[in-house]
Design a binder for this molecule. Structure first.
Ligand SMILES: [Fe+2]
Length: 320
């Protein structure tokens, strides 16, 4: 059982102002074709859009992520979506916090506004449809009556197609300062944390247990993007197929404590990860999650293989 070291009260914001979704994450990578191949094999629908490659899920119009060409793999920016009636108040609040607005990067002009976080990471807030879920995503335990076989033969197993982006986890040199920054600017709320090592934040309009997660490092960087699939079977099938395609490093199968999701992480060609995730906890908009500070050794994962060394490295900070 998780040891709860102390209740961490949520920040009360006037008017409960906040973004509703992580609209998109954008990575720069040295070779777009390598990205195309990796994410296509992962089960995403890759769509070329000018100089960028959009990461979509089949059956959904939204671009959950993008990759653009750059010298090395790096987190280029995070874009958050808000309601139209909130954008001017969000902008005023952020400027009131002393955060300077900046010009959009070429090719990413929008109805929104741009700024850098306390560590220089580029962020956008724009008016956009809510793409974070409005309720807990269904997950399936596929079973059949006695006298029937539940598993298919391998050749007829369907493709694994993630349904949506769940969250991203980014490195930060100061987890506690980052929590404060995202509370005061984006209006995210702390779901749970483990000391100053890792923290999970959700949206106030209803979201997964975390739409943005933070982990301590020497510098900012992108650790993983997490994709919701409908069953643990899909997690296993996806991981095996990625292994067969040559993506053999990763971590899983396991189950997290904070967020409760089942997971398997696949290392991408640049040393960061993509996660197959199922059955993550959901925080409805009307709820106050009892966020707590947990013992790290008791809250990282409930069960799973030992954590490989490469899982903790920030390749953007030169840790390889
Ligand atoms: Fe995750």
């Amino acid at each position: 059982m998780t040891a709860i070291q102390g209740y961490v009260p949520p920040i009360t914001e006037s008017g409960a102002l906040g973004v509703h979704s992580l609209d998109q994450f954008v990575l720069s990578v040295p070779d777009m074709n390598v990205a195309d191949e990796f994410y296509t094999n992962f089960g995403l629908n890759m769509v070329r859009n000018g100089n960028s490659l959009q990461l979509k899920t089949f059956g959904h119009d939204h671009g959950w992520g993008s990759v653009i060409e750059g010298k090395a793999k790096a987190l280029h920016h995070l874009s958050f979506g808000c309601y139209a009636e909130d954008i001017s108040r969000l902008k005023a609040r952020i400027e009131g916090e002393g955060v300077k607005l900046v010009d959009p990067p070429p090719g990413f002009e929008s109805n929104g506004f741009w700024f850098r976080n306390h560590e220089g990471v580029l962020m956008e807030i724009k008016v956009a449809p809510k793409v974070s879920p409005d309720h807990k995503s269904d997950s399936q335990w596929m079973t059949v009556p006695a006298g029937k076989a539940a598993a298919t033969v391998r050749a007829s197993a369907p493709p694994v197609r993630p349904r949506r982006l769940s969250h991203v986890l980014i490195f930060t040199s100061d987890v506690l300062a980052s929590i404060k920054f995202y509370e005061r600017t984006l209006g995210l709320r702390l779901s749970d944390r483990a000391q100053d090592l890792v923290a999970f934040m959700h949206g106030i309009h209803g979201s997964d247990h975390h739409m943005l997660a933070l982990v301590k490092s020497s510098a900012p960087g992108f650790h993983h993007c997490s994709w919701d699939v409908s069953s643990v079977n899909d997690i296993g099938l996806g991981a095996m197929r990625m292994h067969d395609k040559g993506y053999q490093k990763g971590w899983g199968l396991g189950r997290h404590v904070l967020g409760s999701n089942y997971f398997h992480y696949i290392m991408d060609p640049w040393g960061s990860f993509s996660e197959y995730s199922c059955d993550i906890d959901y925080i409805p908009k009307e709820d106050r999650w009892p966020s707590a500070d947990h013992a790290p050794e008791d809250s990282f994962y409930l069960w799973g293989p030992d954590v490989p060394r490469e899982f903790t490295l920030n390749c953007e900070a030169g840790e390889v």
